[in-house]
Every structure is written in structure tokens, then in C-alpha cells.
Design a protein around this ligand. Structure first.
Ligand SMILES: *[C@@H]1O[C@H](CO)[C@@H](O)[C@H](O)[C@H]1NC(C)=O
Ligand SMILES: *[C@@H]1O[C@H](CO)[C@@H](O)[C@H](O)[C@H]1NC(C)=O
Length: 442
């Protein structure tokens, strides 16, 4: 099978859609599933096509991605066989694109960038009779703007589809304040007329205080009522949470950090937190500045019952307070902020050594007398470049050393080894998330 990633301008795209003489492959199913947990959205799109024609045709798959999203999985399957697996992230996708371009193929993964949207396009040649399914998963942290969060799902199957569904599940620990499904947005340029504010026909919304489920499955008639070529629009959901992070909206990075590690409105459990911060050369500039700001906020959010320590690492590892975590007294928090202020970024990235140093601070705590919850917050913007660099070895070492501590990974920007952080978190009762420098997010 030939996989060709090719450029398409918005203009060509429209022209192709509108050409009635062009025989299209049949899209048999189109499903969009989106799960939002604490403002972190994971969206999967499945498009299944069948070449019902007697000639080989190109089967194309196009998705508009929010520019802050990254692709965590891309798969094409045909008759149970997987042809292309795992585009790791946006950066990796870009590398594929660049490589293809160098070889002189018509290439353009992220072909158009209009406003905050990037278009992902992949085309494969499909022999007669073949059935193909494209699966794309992307992840993003939702941003609060104009008093609410927005989930916007591009529905562009290219034709009316018999089996088309959109499923959104929302889960917010602090409670959902309101939730609203807008009419389909068929143009990026126009806003809705004020009077027209009903959800599109067939939308079902179920809401409880902390969860919501939205189901949308338009019939073929309902799709052709939108346009003869089917739906080509954004399905948009607005919601807000009951209790907002006070600092959270000022800066995305802060908001993210604060939300996950000092969540407001949750029962207070004393924590032993070890912050492990990458200060290698690539952090220079905006990233280190934002990390410092975020740290200052987070330190201010620690409670007196909490204990903490800070580790910075590049090719060497520095621990703020030797050998133990300290109580989050005012004085200690003040000292820690001073320490953070003086951080400067340079050098390589020794992830393994940093993890082992964190583990040394954690392990004495895991005695039954300590009721505190051990947490390691690990932030990096790169991959391991010095010391132990093999992922499997790092994972094994971390698992052995960390004992019962939970590890939360923050991958800062496209160059971070998100896969490694995900596996580390998975192995150690935590979660891993991507965060982006705030200026990328507007
Ligand atoms: C990627 O998506 C495919 C299709 O949905 C799925 O089978 C596979 O398990 C996913 N891989 C990962 C690593 O999530
Ligand atoms: C639509 O597709 C889903 C997912 O593949 C499947 O479970 C369901 O049975 C299909 N519905 C119909 C009416 O074909």
C-alpha cells in the first residue's frame, strides 16, 4: 500500500468537494468521540471508506485540528491489518512531512493554517472492493475564553454518511456550571445570528452535577438538509466549571499546573511533593520563564501540612534541600521561591539521574507512619540526551526506585518525549500531559 501525504489548499479542497462528476468512494461510517476530563480533551475520529468502484481510487482523510492539539495516535486499518501506526505527536508528523518533501513527493501534512486550525491530510490508494478505516486521536488542554471552555469538533466526512455519530463525555470534579451545544458552525468567518441558538437536530444532552454526555447522530436527511454534500461544519460545545482556579486563567501553563497539583475544592490530603524540573539548554527563554512563574504559584498553593522539595536537572542534578522533603512553612516557601528565581537553563538532559534523585527523597517516606501521599511532578521539554538514555532502562529504574510514589509527567512542548512520560506515569500511578508555552495558545 502506498501512503502519500499530500498538500491541499482550502481552495482545491472545496473545488473537489463540489465537483459532482467526481465519483467518490463511499464513506460507510464516521464517528467522533471526545472525552474531556478536567478540561483535558482526548478526541478520536474514525472514518471508514469502501471503494465500491471498479477502479483504484485515492482514499483521503482530512481533519482540522486545533493548533494547540497534538496527535497521539494515527492508524489506518484494512481488513484487520494496520498499515500506518502511531504518529507520535505533531512534531513527529512534521518530520514525516519534511522527509516526504525532501524526496520530492507531493507532500503537505499540515497544509493550511487558517486562524488557529491546522489541517491534517492523508491519502492512500485503495484498490476496488477495499474497505479502509482511518483513526486519528488528538489531545489538547481546553482554554477558558470569554467565560467558558469550548470543545469544537470538525465534522467533514465529505458526503452524507449512513452511520455518523458524535459522542462527547465531560467529567469535571468541581462541577459543571452550564453546558450548551451551539448550532453547527458552517463557516469560519461568520458568527451565528443571535436568534438561532438551538443545538442541531438529533442532539441529546444528559447532565449531572459533575458529568455530561452529548450524543449527536444526524440521519442522512438531516445531513443533506445542511448541504447536499453532507455536513461540513464544526460541532461546538460550550461549558463552564463551577469552581474555577483563581490563577488558572491568567496563564495556561499556570492554570494547568495549578489545577492538577493543587486542585481547589477537593479534600485536603497532605502531600509529599517532589518537583523535578528540567533546566537543560532548550528551556532557555519563554519556557524557563513560565516554569518559574508556575512554580511560584504552585509553591504558594501548598498547604502547611504538605512537605516538598525541588530538584533541577540538566546534565547534573541539584536538590534544593538535601536528603528530605521539608514542611511547607511560609519561610520554606519563601526560600524555595528564591531558589527557583535563581534557576538558569543550560546543558543536556539526564532524565534517569533526575528520577533516581527524586526516588531517594521519596522512599524514606513510604513508612506506614507517614500519612502523606508521595508525588513526583516531573517536567521536561526534551528527551534523555545524557546518562542512561534507553527508555526501557529508565522505566525499569524508575519503577524499582519510586516505590509507592505517583509520578505525574508534564511534557513541555512538541520536542518532549511524551511517550516516555506517558509510560513512566502509567507505571507509577500517575498521568502524563502535554503543556505548551502560553504564547502558542494565545
Ligand atoms: C491507536 O488507535 C487504534 C485504532 O483505534 C487502536 O487500535 C490502537 O490501540 C491505538 N494505539 C494506541 C497506542 O493508543
Ligand atoms: C454504526 O457504527 C458503529 C461503530 O462501528 C456500530 O457499532 C453500529 O452498529 C453502526 N450502526 C449501524 C446502524 O450500522
Amino acid at each position: 500500500m502506498i501512503v502519500c501525504i499530500s498538500a491541499v489548499s482550502a481552495h482545491q479542497y472545496m473545488a473537489r468537494l463540489e465537483d459532482p462528476l467526481l465519483l467518490q468512494l463511499k464513506v460507510t461510517e464516521y464517528h467522533v468521540r471526545c472525552s474531556v476530563v478536567s478540561r483535558y480533551a482526548v478526541t478520536s475520529i474514525q472514518s471508514s471508506v469502501w471503494n465500491q468502484l471498479s477502479v483504484t481510487k485515492e482514499a483521503a482523510f482530512e481533519v482540522d485540528l486545533p493548533s494547540a492539539a497534538f496527535i497521539s495516535n494515527f492508524t489506518i486499518s484494512s481488513n484487520g491489518k494496520v498499515y500506518v501506526a502511531q504518529v507520535k505527536e505533531r512534531a513527529a508528523a512534521r518530520k514525516i512531512y519534511d522527509a516526504a518533501k525532501k524526496q520530492g513527493r507531493t507532500a503537505g501534512l499540515v497544509a493550511t493554517k487558517e486562524r488557529e486550525i491546522e489541517r491534517f491530510r492523508v491519502a492512500v490508494s485503495a484498490p476496488p472492493g477495499v474497505r479502509l478505516s482511518f483513526f486519528l486521536t488528538y489531545e489538547e488542554l481546553l482554554m477558558r475564553r470569554l467565560g467558558r471552555y469550548e470543545v469544537s469538533l470538525g465534522l467533514r466526512p465529505g458526503q452524507p454518511v449512513d452511520n455518523m455519530t458524535v459522542e462527547i463525555t465531560l467529567s469535571e470534579k468541581t462541577g459543571i456550571n452550564f453546558i450548551r451545544v451551539l448550532p453547527l458552525k458552517t463557516s469560519r468567518l461568520l458568527n451565528h445570528a443571535h436568534g438561532d441558538s438551538d443545538p442541531p437536530p438529533s442532539t441529546q444532552i444528559q447532565k449531572s452535577p459533575h458529568c455530561a454526555q452529548i450524543h449527536y447522530s444526524p440521519s442522512v436527511q438531516q445531513q443533506t438538509a445542511v448541504s447536499a454534500q453532507g455536513i461540513n461544519a464544526d460541532f461546538i460545545l460550550h461549558y463552564d466549571v463551577e469552581l474555577r482556579d483563581i490563577m488558572g486563567d491568567i496563564q495556561v501553563f499556570n492554570g494547568y499546573f495549578v489545577h492538577y497539583f493543587a486542585p481547589r475544592g477537593l479534600p485536603v490530603v497532605p502531600k509529599d511533593v517532589i518537583f523535578v524540573i528540567d533546566i537543560s539548554g532548550s528551556m532557555i527563554g519563554t519556557k524557563i520563564k513560565q516554569t518559574k512563574q508556575a512554580m511560584s504559584t504552585i509553591l504558594g498553593d501548598l498547604r502547611e501540612g504538605d512537605h516538598f522539595n525541588i530538584i533541577t536537572f540538566s546534565d547534573r542534578v541539584q536538590t534544593w534541600r538535601k536528603g528530605r522533603t521539608v514542611r511547607a512553612t511560609r519561610q520554606n516557601v519563601r526560600d524555595a521561591r528564591e531558589f527557583v528565581k535563581r534557576i538558569s537553563a543550560e546543558g543536556w538532559t539526564n532524565i534517569n539521574a533526575a528520577l533516581l534523585s527524586a526516588a531517594q527523597l521519596v522512599s524514606p517516606l513510604t513508612t506506614p507512619s507517614s500519612r502523606r501521599v508521595p508525588l513526583v511532578i516531573f517536567l521536561t521539554d526534551g528527551e534523555a540526551t545524557i546518562g542512561v538514555t534507553a527508555s526501557d532502562t529508565i522505566l525499569t529504574n524508575a519503577r524499582k526506585a519510586l516505590g509507592s510514589a505517583s509520578l505525574f509527567g508534564l511534557a513541555f512542548g512538541d520536542d518532549a518525549d511524551f511517550l516516555l512520560l506517558k509510560r513512566l506515569a502509567l507505571d507509577n500511578r500517575g498521568v502524563a500531559r502535554m503543556v505548551y508555552p502560553a504564547n502558542l495558545l494565545g
